[in-house]
Design a protein around this ligand. Structure first.
Ligand SMILES: [Zn+2]
Length: 163
């Protein structure tokens, strides 16, 4: 994945042979950068990712959040689930598909926690969708690409994408 010009592209292959290309629009990368936890007092931020599909690639064109009713601390981020569901419906009406979540970590090179992995798998299992995977983006304090972790998850697999 190259983030040199504010646009990220990443490709990955699941064990069943499916190749996936994910691209982030500049506005999405800008949202990630804006919420990096650079200040020692800053709290975790996060939100949802929405995409359009075109010619075999997923174009993540919108990142939402954080919202006022989210619960945020230095080491945790608990979004308001009811607001999230409403947001998914609104964006779907605009042709944007919910494809996953993003959140920040107060660490330089971000890594998904055990809780993060469990949460995205449960989300995949419990949501109504026709996606082969959900995307999880974690933003650390290093500048990109070192400070961003992109992984995809379904009930069987979790794959960390090389950035
Ligand atoms: Zn986390």
């Amino acid at each position: 994945m190259s983030l040199m010009h504010g646009t990220g592209i990443t490709r990955m292959r699941f064990t069943d042979g499916i190749t996936i290309t994910i691209r982030f629009e500049e506005s999405v990368i800008a949202c990630f950068e804006k919420h990096r936890q650079l200040d020692p007092k800053s709290t975790e931020a996060g939100g949802q990712l929405y995409a359009r599909y075109s010619e075999g690639e997923v174009l993540v064109c919108k990142a939402t959040g954080p919202k006022e009713n989210d619960k945020r601390g230095r080491f945790f981020f608990l979004p308001n689930r009811k607001s999230e569901r409403a947001e998914i419906r609104e964006n779907y009406a605009d042709g944007l598909h919910f494809v996953g979540d993003w959140h920040t970590h107060p660490e330089s090179i971000p890594e998904p926690s055990i809780k993060d992995l469990k949460s995205i798998r449960n989300c995949y299992r419990d949501s109504e969708h026709s996606l082969k995977y959900f995307i999880m983006v974690i933003i650390g304090t290093e500048s990109f690409p070192s400070g961003i972790s992109v992984s995809v998850h379904n009930e069987k697999e979790s794959v960390l994408l090389l950035v």
